[in-house]
Design a protein around this ligand. Structure first.
Ligand code: ATP
Ligand code: MG
Length: 427
């Protein structure tokens, strides 16, 4: 029996995990400057958390959910995205209370699960970085969230980006537009995909989001939601655009863009790239928007939210394709070379002393000859070697060698145990 990882999953090995750490740390540092704090929610939730939030007609809920009944017959699901769980936690922990500073701003990062057909940049277990901000209706917050996503991608050295925005307006806008779409699509009912036939009356906006070619030919001539905006919705959208212009963030408006979640309203956005590494045409790597109805839908008060999710795998594919250099620090501070069996306890004490000072240290564990140990030191990019054999132990010294210069000197072991950093910097 040969065991293989489940289809659509990946092992992230040393060599790659450094890139992940770099991405995560860069995101943490940036989010901190915007005063977003980390939230960690469970990897699985009750099924209803997602069916209520993403909407019963979304691809995520109808086709992509890893849901099952547990041994207590509870219907649970591995999270397919981050927002619903964060909103559930926001409601459950009453983070809208008077003692909480508004807006309430959080970020998350971690694995998500969707039953999809795996391909480049599309997995069954994948990872998202995301942010959510609750409790302000201001378009300035929409733009802050967009700017944060945009600047994050720029920090990763990605410049060939396209920001596409749209508005889904308020409830009145949606109701009016919904009817206009139904009126437009109904005469073509027989030509629509099966999914779209199903969704036409439940949620016609979904038809615009369909990837089926038979649906896409109706998208171009569909009525534009921009013609159905109420004055308040128009004002919010105009504000958002004005703020983007104030920040000199270039954008395009695509009136046919709708998002996968049902509870989006007002500003929605996608940040896309044209990179061939992710397939033909534009691919979205960061997507989000405002969802003023979601907190209420999940049992909370009427509190608005806005956020985005960013796919880490797609980001890394892009960074590789664009040859973005990830800063790596793969040197070793000290390799301790032991000569003879009797040296083992001493080399062990020495590596521990170096590590105790916060430096990196390694030694041999395979009874290799000194020559092979020096080879290991080279392969590990050691800055220093410390060599100990019988005579060094007798004299309680080590032979310290600086690899770059080849310079060697004897150093008292007591000094190393006392302050190894001082020893290494002393000349
Ligand atoms: P798509 O249209 O590509 O299926 P989506 O609309 O389902 O994307 P969202 O739910 O908005 O995607 O998720 C936000 C981001 O998460 C996407 O832009 C993408 O970068 C990433 N993402 C979504 N699904 C996957 C997946 N199966 N594997 C890897 N990354 C994914
Ligand atoms: Mg999808």
């Amino acid at each position: 029996m040969r065991y293989q990882r489940p289809k659509g999953t990946a092992d992230i090995l040393p060599g790659d995990s450094e890139k992940w750490q770099y991405v995560e740390q860069t995101a943490r540092d940036l989010f901190k400057t915007y005063q977003f704090k980390e939230i960690r929610t469970p990897m699985f939730e009750n099924f209803e958390v997602f069916s209520r939030s993403a909407g019963d007609t979304s691809d995520i809920v109808t086709k992509e959910m890893y849901d099952f009944h547990d041994k207590g017959d509870r219907h649970v699901t591995l999270r397919p995205e981050g927002t619903a769980g964060v909103v559930r936690a926001f409601v459950e922990n009453k983070l809208y209370g008077p003692q909480v500073l508004k807006p309430y701003k959080v970020y998350y990062m971690g694995p998500m699960f969707r039953y999809e057909r795996p391909q480049s940049g599309r997995l069954r277990e994948f990872h998202q970085l995301g942010v959510e901000a609750f409790g302000s209706e201001s378009a300035a917050l929409d733009v802050e969230v967009i700017a944060m996503g945009f600047n994050l991608l720029k920090k990763f050295g990605l410049n060939d980006l396209k920001l596409v925005i749209n508005t889904l307006g308020d409830q009145q806008t949606r109701d009016d537009y919904r009817q206009a779409l139904i009126d437009y699509l109904e005469p073509h009912f027989d030509e629509l995909s099966d999914d779209s036939k199903e969704r036409l009356h439940k949620n016609p906006l979904r038809v615009l989001d369909s990837k089926a070619p038979e649906d896409q030919k109706f998208v171009a001539d569909a009525p534009s939601i921009l013609d159905y905006l109420t004055p308040a919705a128009q004002q919010h959208f105009d504000q958002a655009k004005a703020y983007l212009e104030a920040l000199e963030i270039p954008y395009e408006v695509d009136a046919t863009m709708v998002r996968g979640l049902d509870y989006y309203n007002h500003t929605i956005f996608e940040i896309m790239t044209n990179s061939k590494s992710l397939g033909q045409g534009y691919t979205t790597i960061c997507a989000g928007g405002r969802y003023n109805g979601l907190v209420k839908e999940l049992g909370g008060p009427e509190v608005s939210g806005v956020g985005f999710g960013l796919g880490v795998e797609r980001l890394l594919v892009l960074m590789d394709a664009e040859k973005v250099a990830v800063p790596t620090d793969d040197h070793l501070d000290v390799y301790v070379v032991g000569i003879g069996d009797a040296a083992s306890a001493t080399t062990l004490k020495l590596v521990q002393a170096v590590r105790g000072a916060g430096l990196t240290a390694e030694r041999d564990y395979l009874d290799r000859k000194p020559k092979a140990q020096f080879k290991s030191a080279d392969r590990l990019n050691a800055r220093y070697t410390m060599t100990v054999g019988d005579s060094e132990i007798e004299a309680q010294v080590v032979n310290l060698k600086e690899m770059a210069t080849g310079e060697e000197r004897k150093v008292a072991m007591a000094d190393i145990f006392n302050d190894v950093k001082q020893v290494l910097t002393a000349k």
